[in-house]
Design a protein around this ligand. Structure first.
Ligand SMILES: NC(=O)CC[C@H](N)C(=O)O
Length: 376
């Protein structure tokens, strides 16, 4: 609920009982080596929550309040006692949809016309959640990383800081090219909404990628912006990938990632990069989703002389599996190696088409995810 990528969304929880652990005090002691919060940002970011059965009593050693009082304090509406399985079945059939919460007399009125619903994707949500001014974390770290903040989850910043990086967080549309000489690497964060609102950032990045040879890593929205800078197209999926159990197949080896292995990942996205054949020169697909064959990662090709990676999933998870957490270590290892002018073993490219069919994954020309049939 505090992940800024959920800005503007009504979340329907499929787990029936929500809130039994309560909500922790969401501040860490002031310390430049920490990111300041326990959760993913200071406030609740989603627009509303829908829960089958909300727990009024909570129990956890870090809990200070119930989910209901937390929502109330943040002015975020929630509804409970509804059949979330029925809503889930509907959403699985027609895809993510615009919605509203109505109770009492409002619920019996005729529903609004489609055009009367607020559509958050028409807005630049990234501009709403990104930092307004640059700030630093862990200034004494040994590698200097600039983070373009499209709505960064705290655990991404934490994952960089815990590995010893000095992190400078910049507004999403900051022209990094003006200050790039001060940094050893560039990171592009996750963020809400349609990546096509971030073309300005993609244009700045295109110049960076043409003229700068230091490592670049992006997650989720950051990955989509890297893809757009590389010349790929971003499209809206009917069924976004969400949850903590999304399997992705690695098509190339790089650092801790081994080609041919499936990693279980945490995800939260509605948009994806289109798989195109051939890929833009200098780029190759890095991961694909084993359920719907959507693009889950791209990387600069081994012969491009660049070190650039983008992943659609969340290696930092929180919550979720830690299968790919070492990608942060890999990124910082490349930044340190570049700084010291060492060279790490290069990644091994491989032919995706040789690996994927063994796992029943189509890699041909897949533009829209397969539909999943759901029986009640
Ligand atoms: N978590 C994210 O960064 C999401 C990226 C983008 N807003 C999407 O929905 O696809």
């Amino acid at each position: 609920m505090t992940d800024p990528s959920y800005r503007g969304q009504i979340l329907v929880f499929t787990t029936p009982l929500i809130g039994n652990y309560g909500v922790p005090y969401n501040k860490t002691p002031i310390n430049s080596n920490d990111v300041g919060v326990i959760l993913e940002s200071e406030n609740i970011q989603c627009s509303a929550v829908v829960v089958a059965d909300v727990a009024e009593k909570f129990s956890h050693y870090t809990a200070v309040e119930s989910i209901a009082s937390w929502c109330q304090r943040n002015n975020v509406p929630g509804i409970t006692g509804v059949d979330t399985r029925a809503i889930t079945t509907l959403l699985r059939d027609q895809g993510t949809t615009l919605g509203r919460l109505a109770v009492g007399a409002d619920a019996s009125l005729a529903p609004p016309k489609p055009e009367e619903y607020w559509d958050p994707t028409t807005e630049n949500l990234v501009a709403q959640v990104s930092t307004k001014a640059p700030y630093e974390l862990n200034p004494n770290g040994d590698v200097r990383i600039a983070v373009l903040d499209f709505g960064a989850k705290a655990n991404i910043l934490r994952s960089l800081v815990r590995r010893g990086a000095a992190v400078t967080v910049l507004p999403w549309n900051y022209n990094f090219n003006n200050i790039r000489d001060q940094f050893d690497g560039l990171f592009l964060s996750n963020g809400p909404g349609d990546p096509n609102h971030c073309l300005e950032a993609a244009m700045h990045l295109r110049k960076t990628l043409q003229e700068w040879d230091k490592p670049v890593f992006g997650i989720c929205m950051g990955h989509q912006v890297i893809g757009m800078a590389a010349g790929l197209e971003a499209y809206r999926m009917t069924f976004g990938n969400r949850g903590h159990n999304q399997p992705v197949l690695a098509l190339a080896s790089s650092g801790s990632i081994k080609a041919g292995r499936v990693y279980v990942t945490s995800q939260n996205h509605q948009y994806a990069l289109k798989l195109q054949d051939p890929f833009p020169a200098g780029w190759e697909p890095f991961f694909i989703n084993c359920n719907d064959s959507s693009v889950e990662g791209i990387k600069s090709s081994a012969d491009s002389g660049k070190k650039v990676w983008g992943v659609q999933f969340h290696p930092e998870s929180a919550g979720g599996p830690l299968d790919t957490i070492e990608m942060f270590t890999d990124f910082l290892a490349e930044c340190r190696a570049h700084k010291l002018q060492l060279s790490l073993p290069t990644s091994q490219p491989m032919d995706a088409r040789k690996v994927a069919p063994r796992l029943g994954v189509e890699t041909a020309k897949i533009e829209t995810p397969r539909r999943v049939a759901v029986t009640a």
